[in-house]
Design a binder for this molecule. Sequence first.
Ligand code: ATP
Ligand code: MG
Length: 228
Amino acid sequence: MRGAITGIAGESGSGKSTIGRIIPGLETASAGKLGIDGRQFDISRPGRRSGLLGKVQMTIQDPALLLNPRLSIGDTLAESVRFASRQSPGRKQDVLSMIDCLRLARTLLTRYPHQLSSGQKQRVCIARALLAGPQIIIADEPTSALDVSVQAEIVMLLKEIVTEQGISMRFISHDLALVQELCSLIDIFQDGRVEDADPSQFIFGLPQNPYTRSLIEARRRRFTHGRQ
Ligand SMILES: Nc1ncnc2c1ncn2[C@@H]1O[C@H](COP(=O)(O)OP(=O)(O)OP(=O)(O)O)[C@@H](O)[C@H]1O
Ligand SMILES: [Mg+2]
């Protein structure tokens, strides 16, 4: 769905990151098909999905793995901009306004990945993905390395950009409160399967599925304990 954020939630090890990697072709599934923009892709075939190059961008749980240690942050972001303008000439992308939006200091542009905190690296990865002009973004736990105040801002920013630019975002998180806040539709994963899939208001309003109920119940218990 263009301009919408759909969620993938579920316990640790349930396969959320794996499905995130299968979509752009970084991982192969044992069987199945993927439908994007009216096209079907066989996800049991290894390799990049032709026609999707550059249209799908990812942010991953460990952002250090996405950043080239030999490139300064400025060069990394400039590479994304060059890529976007090759894909659609005339497209204007502005590194400075993007890093301002993500509340990153401009002085970081001359630094290298190992000189950044994990929250800063994660935000650089978000900037890198957005600057490449994608149609789809797979955001795997993009905010878990951020503290709560920055997290809220980034989440609002993602929501705004996705709506404005008509991007489809798959938001992967084990944080149910965040998923509820951001996503219109949610898939609940367990043991590599979609155990439950529904619009957010059903998942969080009146969950029918016992596994979904247990996840929501566990969150409620943790929240209540935290207040005592
Ligand atoms: N490269 C790999 N080779 C073999 N097994 C793997 C590999 N990566 C992940 N797994 C296994 O696949 C399962 C799903 O892992 P995945 O990383 O997709 O879980 P997840 O839902 O993203 O968990 P988390 O919330 O902790 O990030 C786990 O049992 C994991 O141990
Ligand atoms: Mg994961």
